[in-house]
Design a protein around this ligand. Structure first.
Ligand SMILES: [Zn+2]
Length: 253
């Protein structure tokens, strides 16, 4: 791998990432497992379950193993993938569990603690059709399938645009609420919209989370910031070659 290498800005298939995956863990960001709808402004966040199945089969065939966000930082974390889902959509339970099991992979789903069993109301102002989020029983099914959960706040706000006390409560209370409800440690956090600053990051650390992820693309290695680790958005489309990004391992933290 040299400085002239390039990577797509989104993840569609493994081939362009093969070299970069030798430098650390590849974290993938999924949202809905749903065939993209023409009337959905956020269809770029949808991957059909059949494509998800092909993407995971390819990762397994390439020799990657799926790990938790905390395990992405090991000294030799290459050949590892962190499979993440944002928002806790119900179609992830139906669309992902069988595929994850087939490949012996685990994934983490970042839940919006006050929206379980409701819909993605935070996307409504964009004209996005509402989609059901997992309810408490469905989250239990997800956990029973040996999958894990993290926190994605209480209500999915832009954490840097609300009063600090409110942002702090969104971070602290989501952890406590999910821990009380499901009886598992909530150790991983996901910033809504990838938005954070030093104060917000500090709240996440103070609350006792072990990692947090944003939405910037990059490879996770031992030097990466545990409280803003990068991810590639998994896409239903192959990105155009013009959009590819220069890959310089030392800068891709
Ligand atoms: Zn989200």
């Amino acid at each position: 791998m040299n400085a002239a290498s390039v990577l797509p800005p989104r993840y569609f298939n493994f081939a362009p990432f093969r070299g970069a995956a030798g430098h650390g863990a590849l974290a993938l960001m999924y949202h809905q497992l749903l065939r993209p709808r023409r009337d959905s402004p956020l269809r770029g966040l949808c991957v059909a379950p059949e494509l998800f199945r092909r993407q995971l089969a390819e990762l397994r065939a390439a020799g990657l193993t799926a790990v938790s966000p905390a395990d992405a930082y090991a000294e030799k974390a290459n050949s590892r993938v962190v499979i993440t889902f944002d928002d806790g959509f119900a179609n992830v339970l139906t669309g992902a569990v069988g595929t994850l099991r087939e490949n012996n992979f685990t994934a983490i789903n970042y839940l919006v603690a006050d929206r379980l069993g409701k819909t993605n109301d935070w996307d409504a102002p964009l004209g996005e059709p509402p989609a059901p989020l997992m309810d408490v029983a469905q989250v239990r099914d997800w956990l029973a399938a040996c999958q894990s959960i993290g926190a994605h706040t209480l209500t999915h706000p832009h954490l840097t645009r609300i009063p600090l006390a409110q942002a702090r409560a969104e971070i602290f209370d989501a952890k406590k609420k999910l821990e009380d409800q499901f009886g598992v440690a909530i150790e991983h956090f996901c910033y809504p919209y990838g938005g954070f600053n030093e104060t917000i990051r500090g709240f996440v650390i103070e609350a006792g989370y072990r990692t947090a992820c944003g939405t910037a693309p990059g490879i996770v290695n031992a030097d990466a910031d545990r409280f803003s680790f990068p991810r590639f958005l998994a896409s239903h489309r192959r990105p155009g070659a013009a959009a590819w990004l220069p890959f310089v391992p030392a800068r891709w933290l």
